[in-house]
Design a protein around this ligand. Structure first.
Ligand SMILES: [Zn+2]
Length: 166
């Protein structure tokens, strides 16, 4: 059974997901890293570079959650949410800006299933500088001293998938 949780949390999670999607759309990776779990962040960076190597760029803009469809509290540190959201999403040739997939300035509506975790639930991370596994609570890499990127909120996006849409 779905368990309803308080509206303040739902609103917070909606705001974080909108921020993450629009930040990814702007390719502001420094900020994106503060909104997401490291594994998701790395996959998105990989996806960006994969497209870039093929001369392409994904455009995501005007991402807006329109409805909260389900809130399912999995534990004190994990919440699964279903959102209906609208956005512009298309792929362009990075050089010519010509649309190669999707439609420019056309709003599509998708449904996303998003898993959020408490940022404090991620106790280890990988150092960006030397690749060592680091204890997030220490604030910096014990091997090379590189500071750990702090998350922007107590909740972060752990994973998401598009479950319906154009
Ligand atoms: Zn290090």
């Amino acid at each position: 059974m779905e368990k309803r949780i308080n509206d303040e949390l739902s609103f917070k999670l909606k705001t974080i997901f909108e921020d993450a999607m629009n930040t990814y759309g702007r390719q502001d990776f420094a900020r994106l890293e503060t909104l997401e779990a490291d594994d998701l962040y790395k996959r998105q960076i990989d996806n960006y570079h994969d497209l870039k190597n093929r001369g392409l760029k994904e455009v995501i803009c005007k991402f807006k959650v329109n409805a909260l469809m389900d809130v399912n509290k999995q534990s004190d540190e994990m919440v699964k949410v279903k959102f209906r959201a609208s956005l512009e999403n298309y792929i362009v040739n990075a050089k010519t800006d010509e649309v190669v997939s999707g439609i420019r300035e056309y709003i599509v509506e998708n449904i996303y299933e998003v898993l959020f975790i408490k940022a404090t639930a991620t106790k280890t991370s990988i150092c960006k500088s030397c690749g060592s596994e680091i204890d997030v609570s220490k604030g910096k890499c014990e091997y090379c001293g590189t500071p750990v990127t702090l998350k922007s909120s107590d909740w972060i996006v752990y994973n998401y998938k598009q479950i319906m849409g154009n």
